[in-house]
Design a protein around this ligand. Structure first.
Ligand SMILES: Cc1ncc(COP(=O)(O)O)c(C=O)c1O
Length: 444
């Protein structure tokens, strides 16, 4: 690749996250600009963003309201201390967010990433039970193939072995439900699959094993993205909610990718009509422009902490950059954009565009190596069979070829994931799937 002068220095100093560093540095893929649905590469090509950055730029790139909000904020108030001090935008943004979320999820705690939102929610869950005199509820239940970020708590409740195996014994007192992937009858389902609701009963097995009185919370992604687009079987999330209610266990939805319109509703909580006790978000909250996350807590959780002397800190947790003014401004500009353009409901399943997306996804059926296709909202999972002894190699080749052909996709193992900005139009869908079709036809 031709790297224009002054674009990049020595490639060796930067240790890139979740990246094949040696492969990248031998043939770098550098992005130098972005606008709307497209990235601009260092060698001057437009690349269609098929994954909204990393499932975060839901309003697309270079959006005027967001740019303006950040510019204005930088000259007005760059930083205000996060502890024992506040600034107006934190309160305004929290109120707007609470209004977007259904039910009692009205208390908002700001973080800087999905990983931090997860740590925050797990700590809230354990501390909540303690505040109510049930300090024996400390156990956390996650799910196999779950992804909840990379910090110790999230990694421990997470269930992706490559993310766990290098890091010792992790946090203790964690157990995992089985995942819902790979059910033969669910292959090539359009939208939510029919089979697998009974897998929610794994929670009953955990309760029998550990006793409900030791369990603080269950955390799941309503739809798992990072492990390769795993959809919840019909009734599964409802059943989890019911079991949690019966046993005093908190339910946490990790909505870091499903939040902010990905499924055609503001949150998966709206979409599936299941109200968890805590919801973790990040990514689309500030359109990926400035790092920001938020945990939504039910009023009852906040209220449980509001005891003791009024001059005492109630929850010993927070980040220097919680509710940072720049991030709040970016989030406000983001919410304005979502609202003005109706983006949070653009991927509604009954919309013409979402149908078009679904048809485009399932038109890949029958291409070589395609063993499953999954879709919901503006999400697609295209699962390929693996090469003998080389899991992930086939999809990675597809990723490289797609990038060369002007399309950015993401892969996990041998599953290709698509999650484009919600401003996508039919012409972009056509380009993305035509490109993939050509690649898959010839991919070894
Ligand atoms: C469901 C889920 N939780 C948490 C995270 C971690 O977010 P971050 O990378 O912002 O820490 C991700 C990131 O992809 C995610 O998909």
């Amino acid at each position: 690749m031709n790297i224009p002068e002054n674009t990049v220095g020595d490639l060796n100093s930067y240790w890139m996250p979740f990246t094949a560093n040696r492969q990248f540095k031998s043939n770098p893929r550098l992005i130098v600009g972005a606008d709307g649905m497209y990235f601009k590469t260092a060698d001057g090509r437009d690349v269609l963003d098929g994954i909204a950055g990393l499932w975060c730029c839901n309003a697309g790139h270079n959006r005027p309201k967001i740019v303006e909000a950040i510019q204005k904020q930088a000259s007005e108030l760059d930083y205000s201390p996060a502890f024992q001090m506040g600034h107006p935008k934190q309160f305004e943004l929290a109120e707007r967010l609470a209004n977007l979320m259904p039910g009692d999820l009205n208390k908002i705690f700001f973080t800087n990433s999905g990983s931090e939102s997860v740590e925050t929610a797990l700590k809230m869950a354990i501390a909540y039970h303690r505040a109510r005199g049930e300090g024996h509820r400390t156990r956390l239940i996650g799910r196999e193939k779950g992804y909840h970020g990379v910090n110790f708590g999230g990694m421990s409740v997470g269930g992706m072995s490559p993310n766990r195996k290098m890091f010792g014994t992790l946090v203790s007192g964690v157990d995992h439900l089985r995942h819902t992937h790979g059910i033969e009858e669910n292959r090539f389902s359009k939208g939510q699959p029919e089979h697998g609701v009974e897998l929610a009963d794994d929670l009953i097995r955990m309760i029998e094993l550990h006793d409900a009185s030791t369990i603080a919370a269950v955390i799941v992604e309503p739809l798992a993205g990072s492990a390769g687009v795993i959809l919840p079987p019909k009734g599964y999330l409802q059943r989890l909610r019911k079991i949690c209610d019966q046993h005093g266990i908190l339910l946490i939805f990790d909505e870091v990718i499903t939040g902010f319109g990905r499924l055609g509703a503001p949150f998966a909580t709206n979409y599936f009509d299941v109200e968890p006790d805590l919801v973790t978000t990040a990514k689309g909250l500030a359109n990926g422009v400035i790092p920001m996350g938020a945990v939504f807590a039910q009023d009852k959780i906040y209220d449980a902490f509001m005891t003791g002397p009024e001059n005492m800190v109630e929850f010993f947790h927070g980040y220097t950059f919680s509710g940072n003014p720049m991030a709040c401004a970016a989030a406000m500009g983001t919410l304005d954009t979502y609202e003005e353009e109706g983006l949070l409901t653009r991927a509604r399943p009954d919309s013409d565009l979402c149908q078009y997306w679904q048809d485009a996804v399932h038109a890949l059926k029958g291409l070589p190596n395609v063993i499953d296709l999954r879709n919901m909202g503006f999400i697609a999972g295209i699962e390929l069979s693996s090469r003998e002894g080389k899991v992930g190699a086939r999809a990675f080749d597809a990723f490289l070829q797609a990038y060369d052909a002007g399309l950015l996709i993401r892969t996990t193992g041998d599953t290709i994931a698509l999650s484009p900005p919600l401003i996508i139009e039919k012409s972009h869908i056509d380009f993305a799937f035509d490109t993939l079709t050509k690649i898959l036809k010839n991919l070894e």
